[in-house]
Design a protein around this ligand. Structure first.
Ligand SMILES: [Zn+2]
Length: 169
């Protein structure tokens, strides 16, 4: 789904221009002052559509939030305003319903796929491949890659492990 989206919009570079993609999909982005625990919100009110993000969050977090909310929108998860409390790539508390958890996980997965495209990462991995085919990266390498994709190191680590490029520590 994210691959088709990138192709459709002619995006073939990293960092992925997530604000441009959201706008192209009809979601303007507004930054506003929010409680510290709130990452952002998907706004669906009448004909009004948009993504609100917490102005005080770090840039990499804002990018992930935009991608996450875009995921909710494109997967038709939300039929009204939806506020995202602090989410991470790791499961949150067990307070929300199972269905909601599934949607949150799907939105996080969408965001990771969009911001860290598999085909791009596969190219980048070649630099770290040894003669025996094994990929060897240290923390500094992951941090550098995270910087290139403008995502957090935690998100990059998780993504590389999910794709099988790095083994679980
Ligand atoms: Zn969400």
């Amino acid at each position: 789904m994210t691959r088709e989206l990138l192709v459709e919009l002619g995006v073939d570079r990293v960092p992925v221009p997530v604000e441009f993609i959201a706008r192209a999909k009809g979601l303007p982005i507004v930054e506003s002052n929010m409680e510290a625990e709130v990452s952002g919100a998907l706004i669906k009110s009448g004909n009004l559509r948009g993504i609100a993000i917490n102005a005080s969050n770090a840039p990499v977090r804002k990018r992930f939030t935009i991608a996450h909310e875009l995921g909710h929108h494109l997967m038709n998860h939300i039929d009204k305003d939806h506020i995202d409390w602090e989410f991470t790539v790791i499961r949150r508390d067990g307070l929300s319903s199972e269905a909601q958890d599934d949607q949150e996980m799907a939105a996080n997965s969408f965001a990771a796929n969009l911001l860290m495209p598999k085909h791009q990462l596969r190219q980048d991995m070649e630099r770290y491949r040894r003669f025996n085919g094994e990929i060897r990266m240290d923390e500094a390498d992951v941090a550098l890659l995270a910087k290139k994709y403008r995502v957090s190191t935690v998100a990059m680590n998780y993504r590389l492990q999910n794709l099988g490029f790095l083994s679980w520590a």
